[in-house]
Ligand binder design. Structure first.
Ligand SMILES: Cc1cc2nc3c(=O)[nH]c(=O)nc-3n(C[C@H](O)[C@H](O)[C@H](O)COP(=O)(O)O)c2cc1C
Length: 325
């Protein structure tokens, strides 16, 4: 097994590592159709924080994944609950029943379930795309925020603030630790996020194209094959989402260009487009959520290797930069 313990001592005083009980400040994003118990447990086992993505699960399936993760690792892991889906409250009930210690909510109003979450004493963070939403999350009682820039794969904010601009603004605006997300895939980008004031990084697309991701092999290869400019943030009138450009994406563009109604866009998106693309591997008619960083991902590798390589490069960069001090 790849060892991350040699790096752990460097993060002994990292506030997020201490809060979460993890060794290294690398979070694997909760991702529909990608992050089941296998991926979450692999990342937690490697010293980071694995998140089970509840968004593509019904409540009994989430319960199964939580129990399986617990069997696979003794280390802390968490659950991501996107608040825009109909099962959000039931997902929260499952997390409370199963005593999941760490919760990351996203895509909705953090006030919705704040009383319940706080009363249960969970460690809680919310994903935000702006300073305004970061402040709202902290007011709602979050212990940390995940600040996600324009580059990120999947659902995103309308503001189009890039990670480079967003992170320092959020860090300066709130008193809680900030996890940087969007465009991070390796040690260089992790070091950049730390330079901006983040205290941990969350990686999505990089882990979506890992061995343990439950995404279809064709989706993983589509990420690997993507180059610069192959993703776009679209559907801004509905819920903005960054995806790989394909036949489905072109239909969305065409509908938007002729000012199609919200109903038409909704029916085009339909139920199950992301399942079709990410889980079933329909590369043309499915929704292939992925970030700009796809252009920097060249191979599908195990999650532990991603963690290990990222840390190794992070420390190489830090050492190199010290040459100039
Ligand atoms: C395939 C895919 C599915 C995603 N699903 C979710 C989700 O269910 N909940 C969520 O909060 N974010 C979701 N995201 C966003 C990630 O959590 C993460 O913040 C983002 O991927 C970070 O940017 P990156 O892709 O550049 O690493 C998804 C991203 C991808 C690529």
């Amino acid at each position: 097994m790849i060892q991350t313990n040699s790096y752990a001592r460097f993060f002994e005083n990292n506030p997020l590592c201490r809060l979460m009980g993890i060794e290294v400040p690398i979070v694997q994003a909760g991702m529909v159709w990608c992050s089941g118990w296998r991926l979450a447990a692999a990342v937690s086992q490697a010293g980071g924080l694995g998140l089970i993505g509840a968004g593509s699960m019904d409540p009994p399936t989430l319960e199964h994944h939580i129990r399986s993760a617990r069997e696979a690792t003794q280390r802390p892991f968490g659950v991501n609950i996107p608040l825009l889906y109909k099962h959000a409250e039931a997902h929260l009930e499952v997390c409370l029943k199963e005593k999941v210690p760490i919760l990351v909510t996203s895509a909705g109003n953090p006030l919705a379930f704040s009383e319940k979450i706080r009363a249960a004493g969970l460690l809680w963070g919310h994903v935000v795309s702006s300073v305004r939403f970061a402040r709202k999350a902290v007011e709602a009682g979050c212990h940390f925020v995940v600040a996600e820039g324009f580059e990120a794969g999947g659902h995103n904010g309308r503001e189009e603030t890039t990670t480079l601009c967003l992170i320092p603004m959020v860090v300066d605006a709130v008193q809680v630790p900030v996890i940087a997300a969007g465009g991070i895939s390796d040690g260089r980008s992790m070091a950049a996020a730390f330079a901006l004031g983040a205290q941990a990084v969350q990686m999505g697309t990089r882990f979506a194209a890992s061995t343990e991701s439950s995404a279809h092999p064709a989706y993983k290869q589509a990420v690997v094959a993507s180059g610069e400019g192959d993703t776009d943030l679209t559907l801004k009138r509905l819920t903005p989402v960054r995806m790989i450009k394909n036949a489905f994406y072109k239909k969305v563009l065409e509908a938007q260009a002729r000012c199609a109604s919200e109903e038409e866009l909704r029916s085009l998106l339909g139920q199950g487009r992301s399942r079709r693309g990410i889980f079933e591997g329909d590369l043309e008619e499915g929704e292939l959520e992925a970030g700009q960083v796809s252009a920097r991902i060249r191979e599908v590798i195990p999650a532990a290797e991603i963690v290990q390589r990222t840390l190794q490069e992070f420390f190489e960069v830090c050492t190199r930069l010290r040459l100039f001090t």
